[in-house]
Write a protein that binds this ligand. Structure first.
Ligand code: PMT
Length: 420
């Protein structure tokens, strides 16, 4: 997995910098070409000579080099992956805000390669909201965070914040390469250069300051589609009400209500090549939300509902040429008939219908089973499988439809996702 891969190893100034030496050795032993970059702080903890001796190239640490006037762009553009271990609180803050004051932070701004950060610091610093908010920002941008372990820290303290063991970091790096090497992954690039918009989760329509009308959508199906599209090289934006872990390479925009999701989709969809509406959007909302908490003493409230905007239908009505618009349909009966009606009524190219009354299907489950209808006349049934497998099969179909390689319409193509 790592053989021949060009990995930039960033080392920042924490006591755990000595473990970067072991990480470097393991990466080199696995066949990776390791390019070490140390910050000034890192060199106070370990000598550059040690890391240079073990890595594939000498350590680089300065933005200012006579021999190479722009080292950061060369490092960033040539990297297949950048791993920063240990990542200090100060480094995370600089990276999250784009403060490119040294070679490592400038290199990170100059790369499109996946980035893995491995924080290490004292427990109090790890738990500080500033650090957690910086990490949340980085995760939202698709950076992979290898969580620290618990154990002995500098100065004899014990707690959470110890750098993850080198084998865990190597495993995380291998996972990233496994995803990009997967059939249709970034290396294959079936969706490289394409922009994909996915929606996920159930909207929340406020009744008063504390209550809302919602539904059971967990966001798992939408996140699985976003993860699969990013692994295939697409630039993915996920508009979501859920708070699940952000898949690598996916940008997230959080919303709550149908109106907010509508506004985000109207802004992003016009430039998207593929739009997948997996979110469960409320069809009705309270006509007027009360700005304080309703009291029992005020009597039973009469809640007047009004329809929400139909986001999919409005995207269908203004769909740019060349865009593939995919809707979902959550049904409890007449799956095929209702899916066919929604395909036409919403102006979609593809409808993915799930019978959410069937065991293991739809809301909250890790699995799903779907019937996919296309405007071109295809009809594909996928038996119960992991949501990621459903996502993979859906993206395969989208790619086929877009390349015009779809088989001629057939009455029914039945299939079970691999491993189901
Ligand atoms: O999130 P999970 O727990 O993983 O569950 C997955 C799921 C069951 C939510 C998903 O598989 C699914 O079926 N999503 C669509 C749910 C839904 O709202 O279905 P619908 O039949 O009511 O809507 C049809 C389509 O119109 C959907 O693409 C929906 O996003 C869209 N819609 C609906 C109402 C509205 N006001 N605007 C819309 O855009």
């Amino acid at each position: 997995m790592l053989a021949g891969r060009r990995v930039v190893l960033g080392v920042t100034g924490g006591i755990a910098a000595y473990k970067a030496i072991e990480l470097c050795r393991r990466l080199v032993d696995a066949g990776a070409h390791v390019v070490p970059v140390m910050t000034a702080g890192a060199q106070r903890f370990v000598g550059a000579t040690t890391l240079s001796a073990l890595a594939s190239e000498p350590v680089q640490s300065s933005l200012w080099s006579e021999a190479d006037p722009i080292p950061h762009t060369r490092l960033g553009q040539n990297a297949e992956l950048i791993v920063v271990a240990p990542a200090t609180a100060r480094f995370l803050s600089a990276y999250a805000t784009g403060y490119s004051h040294d070679l490592l932070t400038a290199t990170l701004l100059a790369t499109r390669a996946p980035v893995v950060v491995c924080p290490a610091m004292h427990t109090e610093m790890w738990e500080h909201p500033a650090v957690q908010e910086n990490l949340a920002t980085l995760r939202r941008r698709g950076v992979i965070v290898v969580e620290p372990d618990s154990g002995r820290l500098a100065g004899g303290d014990v707690g959470h914040g110890r750098l993850a063991a080198p084998e865990r970091i190597v495993a995380a790096i291998s996972e990233v390469f496994a995803a990009t090497d997967a059939p249709g992954g970034q290396a294959g690039g079936a969706l490289r250069g394409m922009s994909v918009l996915v929606t996920a989760g159930g909207t929340r329509e406020p009744i008063d300051a504390v209550r809302f009308i919602g539904n059971r959508s967990s966001g798992k199906q939408g996140y699985a589609i976003a993860a699969e599209a990013a692994a295939r090289g697409a630039e993915v934006t996920l508009v979501t009400t859920s708070n699940l872990a952000v898949p690598p390479g996916v940008s997230v925009e959080r919303v709550e209500t149908a109106a907010e999701m509508h506004a985000a989709c109207e802004r992003i969809a016009p430039t998207a090549d593929i739009v997948v509406m997996a979110a469960a959007v409320a069809d009705f909302r309270p006509a007027a939300a009360v700005d304080h908490k309703l009291k029992k003493a005020d009597g039973t409230p009469q809640i007047v509902l009004e329809p929400t905007p139909d986001i999919l239908a409005s995207l269908g009505a203004s769909k740019p040429a060349g865009q593939t618009l995919v809707g979902f349909a959550a049904e409890t009966s007449e799956l095929r008939a209702n899916a066919g009606l929604k395909l036409v009524a919403k102006g979609a190219d593809i409808i993915v219908a799930n019978d959410v009354s069937a065991p293991g299907v739809g809301f909250e489950h890790d699995t799903n089973a779907v019937l996919i209808l296309t405007a071109s006349g295809r009809d594909l049934s996928l038996g119960l499988g992991e949501k990621r497998e459903i996502a993979a099969a859906l993206l395969d179909l989208i790619v086929e439809e877009r390349s015009g390689t779809a088989e001629p319409a057939r009455p029914t193509e039945n299939s079970t996702p691999t491993g189901a």
